[in-house]
Design a protein around this ligand. Sequence first.
Ligand SMILES: [Zn+2]
Length: 262
Amino acid sequence: MRRAYGLLAVASAFFLACTSGVRVHAQTSTVAASKFAYTGDDGPAFWAESANAPACAPSPTGRQTPIDISRAVPDRQLAPLNLDLEQTSVVLSNPGYNVRGVPAIGQELILNGDPYKMIEFHFHTLSEHTVDGRQGVMELHVVFLDEDTKTQLAVIGVIYKMGRPNPFLQKLLVHGLPQKSTSPHIQVGSIDLSKAFTSTSRYYTYAGSLTTPPCSPTVQWFVLQDWAEMSPQQFQTFHDVLGNNFRPLQQRNGRVIRKTAR
Ligand SMILES: [Zn+2]
């Protein structure tokens, strides 16, 4: 059932991957071998070495993701997420360990008055975050980059449980998923990305990291409180491609998790 995904990727100090290898800055030509997988010698416990990603190593002061979400503190100051989403086409590709969607048209999240631009979304089976110890069957990560600093990220996480077929996922599945890194990219016609989310007024938020190398601690996480549903068949289709691509839980290290109180 468990499958290992290895990959060689161009790595640099500016190689940002969230869970997916998005290169945000490519100002350096330094090329190094970077390898990671979810099992075996290149598995999560060895990413600091195998992927040359020191931030992935456990540390008593670290702010790594994922964590178990529990003891969240209600905060009335937390407003609904301010999203500006438009109907767009999406290109689906497979970087070797995930299925990634890149929207053709800019989609924005406004955080504290700063515009963050959606750069991609991708999936993990099973979920990476757990809530009070419960793990979902899948988790969607929608990644936004701060337009000003180009370093800070905001990621919205949606956890799925088994249930009814999910119409948003079905739009992506219509043409099939890219099975491997050499698969042709798949263009998905007009979709409404707001349909990917459950209520964006109800979320948990905390300071964390990318969940793949380089594990950069530059992510403000927004995990939606309401879980989405997907059918067993939809789950199977994603899991057949992704395998078990979830990082194990990381140390919380005293971090406060806040939650909307409405
Ligand atoms: Zn991710």
